[in-house]
Ligand binder design. Sequence first.
Ligand SMILES: O=C(O)CCC(=O)C(=O)O
Ligand SMILES: [Fe+2]
Length: 339
Amino acid sequence: METLDQNLVSSWFDVQSVPQTFVHPPEKRPGNSIDVPPCKNIPVVDLGSRDRSHTIQQISKASQDFGFFQVFNHGVCKKLIDDIMSISKEFHKMPRKDKIIEGSKDPSGRCKFYTSSENYANEEVHYWRDALTHPAHSSENYMQFLPQKPTQYREVFKAYVDEVRNMGSMILEMLAEGLGLSKEFFNGGLSENPTLLSNHYPPCPDPTLTLGLTKHRDPSLITILLQDSEGLQVFKDGNWIGVEPISSGFVVNIGYVMQMISNSKFKGADHRVVTNSRAARTTIAYFIYPSNETVIEPANVLCNPPLYRSMKFTEFLQHFKSKAANDEEMSKVLSLSSS
Ligand SMILES: O=C(O)CCC(=O)C(=O)O
Ligand SMILES: [Fe+2]
């Protein structure tokens, strides 16, 4: 039987050609669109601006038009951004056995190191990435389950998530206000379960055939992403457009949960990751998820009429896991008309 350490893309990526099990069918592979020009229209927002209502306007419009924006002047210090990026790269550079050991200290499996998608055994075609994920609260109780190597991992992680949490709250407050809801609307259960995901995409001999991640919409409220180089693409009006990395900036995208709560005023954006043949790419995603029992439904004031039915986040996730590949199907099961 194949084992994780052999399957890790980082264990064998330096091959002459792409293995057949990583070649996507023509309609899904990127082909020539690996090199789409970066899009200058995705708004880049100054979160520290004194003109708060202008900022709210900017991020609300971006959330309607693209489901994506970038932020700078966000309060997360540059050193922490550099440190979390370096420590993640170091993690993915460790010997494969160490990565597996360090990523499996949590008996409940919430800290997990894997390759391709979490569903390797059942996927038709594999993805060109390795990933480490774990809860992103900095509680002392959970620290024991995080990697101990690289030696600074826990310390850097804790400092990083403490600051990212504040930025996340600030963004959620502004999105709430932009929707006409109270500033605190997303506090509590709706944002109780932040999760970190460190993605590593090794160089690939033929990026036209492969994907780091297929077209998807995040099952989060919002996602806050740090990227070290290009590779992220957004599907907009039938075309793929590149999200250009900005120095010390974050990419923010709207997830399905926000789409449901906002009654589709804000749109979850479809995105994917393409690979490149030059250098490995590392990204760190901070997903803001509700707790499992939290009910998600369109906010009352936005219901004229409600487009989605209420459900607990766990139920939503079950639908997402079985229907994620198909947005139309997903809309059907979430919409009121299906209940
Ligand atoms: O790595 C990226 O650029 C995006 C990752 C992503 O979309 C995800 O992890 O959901
Ligand atoms: Fe994503």
